[in-house]
Design a protein around this ligand. Structure first.
Ligand SMILES: Cc1cc2nc3c(=O)[nH]c(=O)nc-3n(C[C@H](O)[C@H](O)[C@H](O)COP(=O)(O)OP(=O)(O)OC[C@H]3O[C@@H](n4cnc5c(N)ncnc54)[C@H](O)[C@@H]3O)c2cc1C
Length: 409
């Protein structure tokens, strides 16, 4: 057991958001800082199970936290990867419209791209799509040069190296199980011993709402887990996809829509879908937790959302179990793809915040309480945006935790 020590700042969660926040705070103000991660390695959940895409910022409403942090974070991510020799590729992507009905959304995306400061976004004709992706078929498209691919686990571990180099501690196998306020300090019981701290930052991802409640903060939302399942293209058919091919998103469900992604370490993934998971960290189709299922089953927001969107949800479950249906969605983008060209691959679980009204929270949500900051919604593109999110949380922490601003000698 690790002996008790009082820290200026404790960060719960060693995913990419927690580690980016730790990196920003430890390099800015050099407090005594500890990151407490439940699992035996960093990036174990959402961060280590995502598509590995550096998003451009084209999708997000101008002025939103997502738009601002994605655009700034994307540039910072490329710079970080270059400076730290992290494999990445600014390969660009194409968004492909396959029906007349998608054209207004394609146009809206082009406008958003311009409003969000993306340079060089180009409208493509059906023939021009083939110049970038010879096997993709559509009636029109957009070429987005800013998009790229990277290994977010490697990025997170590198953030960890910076935290340690600046004097911070990173403790794995340290799930925080209880919270108490004693005088002017917080006492956290963890799987590796007691931790005392003056200030706390919750970056708990799929557990962030529960951690907030444990700390006496009513989050006003509940995390709903959505599993995203992937297929991979068999090596003999990798030629079907050069880089990244995306559909035009449904504006009501921007996180739906399977796509093709070349991976930074080789191979091409197809997916992910979005199926309600019966367990928060449930990576298989049969994963089940009575606690997790009863919790969302008893939440009014879940039923309100279900009433509105059940046909979409049923379609996603069908596609999860029936490979032909998944492949049909992919064939809209690459018609030559055959059933035998793909095989099941891994999955990830998204932490999606849901309000009691049934509203799926779209933007990032970060809530402050005395001596605490809770990151309650950090869905995609939070990995892309992590450096920018970390800096914003650091600014909040410097002010509200009264941390010293670092003055270089
Ligand atoms: C399928 C999928 C595809 C995605 N694709 C992309 C993409 O291509 N590009 C992109 O930018 N974003 C993508 N995202 C989103 C991105 O991965 C997430 O937004 C990001 O990883 C969130 O990081 P996080 O640190 O908040 O959460 P996490 O990575 O989930 O980290 C939270 C951490 O908190 C820890 N924790 C929880 N409870 C406790 C506790 N009590 N005590 C201690 N530790 C605790 C967990 O173990 C975990 O390590 C995708 C997400 C998914 C699921």
């Amino acid at each position: 057991m690790v002996e008790e020590k009082r820290y200026d700042v404790a960060i719960i969660g060693g995913g990419i958001v927690g580690m980016a926040t730790a990196m920003a705070i430890s390099s800015t103000s050099h407090p005594s800082l500890v990151v407490l991660e439940a699992e035996n390695d960093l990036a174990h959940h959402q961060t280590g199970h995502n598509s590995g895409v550096i998003h451009s910022g084209i999708y997000y409403k101008p002025g939103s936290l997502k738009a601002k942090n994605c655009v700034q974070g994307r540039e910072a991510m490329y710079k970080f990867c270059q400076e730290n020799d992290i494999p990445h590729d600014n390969c660009g992507k194409v968004i492909v419209a396959t029906s007349e009905g998608e054209l207004p959304t394609l146009e809206m995306l082009e406008k958003r791209g311009n409003a969000n400061g993306l340079e060089g976004v180009k409208r493509l004709t059906a023939e021009e799509i083939k110049e970038f992706e010879p096997h993709a078929a559509g009636i029109a498209g957009l070429r987005v040069p800013q998009t790229g691919i990277v290994d977010y686990t490697a990025v997170t571990n590198k953030y960890g190296d910076y935290v340690k180099a600046a004097g911070g501690e990173v403790r794995t196998n340290s799930r925080v199980t209880s919270f108490q306020k004693v005088g002017d300090e917080f006492v956290l019981e963890t799987a590796s011993g007691t931790v005392r701290c003056r200030n706390l930052i919750n970056c708990g991802g799929l557990q962030s709402d529960r951690i907030a409640k444990m700390c006496g903060v009513e989050p006003g939302l509940q995390i709903l887990p959505f599993r995203g399942e992937y297929y991979e293209i068999v090596p003999e058919r990798h030629d079907l996809v050069k880089n990244l091919i995306y559909p035009v998103p449904d504006p009501r469900f921007p996180f739906l829509g399977v796509h093709f992604t070349r991976m930074i370490h080789g191979g091409v993934e197809a997916g992910p879908n979005a199926v309600l998971a019966m367990k928060r960290e449930g990576y298989s189709q049969w994963a089940f937790s009575a606690r997790d299922s009863l919790e969302f089953g008893g939440y009014i927001g879940f039923w309100r959302m279900g009433l509105k969107y059940w046909p979409t949800a049923v379609g996603e479950v069908y596609r999860s179990f029936v490979k032909a249906s998944f492949v049909k969605a992919l064939q809209r983008l690459v018609p030559e793809l055959k059933l035998e060209d793909v095989k099941r691959s891994g999955s990830g679980v998204r932490a999606q915040a849901l309000e009691p009204s049934g509203f799926l929270v779209d933007d990032f949500r970060i809530v402050e309480a005395p001596h605490m900051i809770h990151v309650l919604n950090a869905p995609s593109p939070a990995a892309t945006a992590s450096i920018s999110i970390g800096r914003s949380i650091c600014d909040m922490a410097v002010k509200s935790f009264n941390l010293k601003s670092y003055q270089p000698a």
